[in-house]
Design a protein around this ligand. Structure first.
Ligand SMILES: [Zn+2]
Length: 109
C-alpha cells in the first residue's frame, strides 16, 4: 500500500452509513488502522470499505461446520478405514463334508 497519513481513501463511515472519503489518521506497518470521515469528521477504525456486515468469523465457521457435518461426501472420513479385526475364519465345511461323504464300508460276510 502506498497510502500515507492524511491520504484520502474510501471507507465505510459508521456514522454516515455510507462509503465516503476518509483521511488516514493512523497507520501501523503500512496498514491503515484509523480513518477520519471527511464528511462528519468522525474518527473510526478502518473497515477496508466493508460496511454493514461486521466480522463474524465464529458464526461463519460454525455455519460451515454445520454444513460439513451434514455433507459427509464433502469431507474425508474422520477415521481411517479399519482393517478387519481378525482374518476370515477358516471355513471347515470341507472337513465335515469329508466325514459326511465317508461312508462306512459295507461289510459283507
Ligand atoms: Zn461520516
Amino acid at each position: 500500500m502506498a497510502d500515507r497519513l492524511g491520504d484520502l481513501i474510501d471507507d465505510y463511515c459508521p456514522r454516515c452509513k455510507l462509503l465516503l472519503n476518509h483521511a488516514i489518521a493512523s497507520m501501523i506497518d503500512d496498514q491503515v488502522v484509523k480513518v477520519i470521515c471527511k464528511t462528519c469528521y468522525t474518527e473510526h477504525a478502518y473497515r477496508r470499505g466493508e460496511g454493514g456486515k461486521k466480522k463474524t468469523p465464529a458464526g461463519v465457521t460454525l455455519f460451515q461446520q454445520v454444513l460439513a457435518n451434514s455433507a459427509p461426501a464433502d469431507s474425508p472420513p474422520a477415521e481411517p478405514a479399519k482393517e478387519p479385526e481378525a482374518p476370515a475364519k477358516k471355513k471347515r465345511s470341507a472337513e465335515p463334508a469329508r466325514y459326511i461323504t465317508r461312508h462306512p464300508a459295507p461289510r459283507k460276510k
